[in-house]
Design a protein around this ligand. Sequence first.
Ligand SMILES: Nc1ncnc2c1ncn2[C@@H]1O[C@H](COP(=O)(O)OP(=O)(O)OP(=O)(O)O)[C@@H](O)[C@H]1O
Ligand SMILES: [Mg+2]
Length: 230
Amino acid sequence: MAKLSDPISVIAHQLKNPIAIVREYLEILKSEGMGQLNAKQLDYLNDAVKNIDQMKEIISDLLDVSKVEGGVYKIKKAPTDLIKITEQIIEEFKILAKSFNCEIVFEKSDKLPLALTDSEKIREVIENLIFNALRYKNVGAGRIEIKIHKKENNVIFSCKDRGVGIPNSDSKKIFSKFFRTSKALQIDPTGTGLGLYINKAIVKMSGGRIWFKNNKDKGATFYFSLPIAK
Ligand SMILES: Nc1ncnc2c1ncn2[C@@H]1O[C@H](COP(=O)(O)OP(=O)(O)OP(=O)(O)O)[C@@H](O)[C@H]1O
Ligand SMILES: [Mg+2]
């Protein structure tokens, strides 16, 4: 239960219903249930839905943060096929990657054991890492390399990009809530800086670790490890 001392989570919680209602009305209009639309009207509605969805995500992230801080964030651990989840995400990101002029390459190891984690939550982690790699890319064609391999009793996921990288002076703050580098703020002002903070909580609760390294040439590689499901 949200405490009154945590106004952000109270407000976030109260915004959930009105946002769901606005989205519902927009969907009705979009389906032309209230009359036929011209191309421009449809365009505006699609844009409105996109922005409502973005608001929904911010609210859900804020609620997750308050749960992490309140010690009530829960994950459901089960043997999880990281390869399958990653393949699905890459497929879902196909059109977006194209619009960013970015290729996503997935190098998977044979016979990778299942990892012990929450499949829905780890999906969020992988989505954020890939979306960050796309979002914080340099101008021109980009390339993202994803690898998953086994190391001792862990499965290691890595996502390497050729993007803007992270200044050394910011490296300690990158997993803090609301932190965004000045480059990220310039490239895309819409992020909230909550993704990696929540990702870290999910990975830690699964008994793993999350970290990053700047690449020698350009860009960064983000990693996480998870214990193998026995
Ligand atoms: N692959 C990357 N390359 C360069 N900078 C990155 C990369 N991934 C993360 N960052 C930096 O770390 C910051 C925090 O990332 P995080 O995913 O937590 O938040 P965000 O992407 O800004 O917003 P959101 O909450 O929507 O994910 C980013 O704003 C950016 O400055
Ligand atoms: Mg992010």
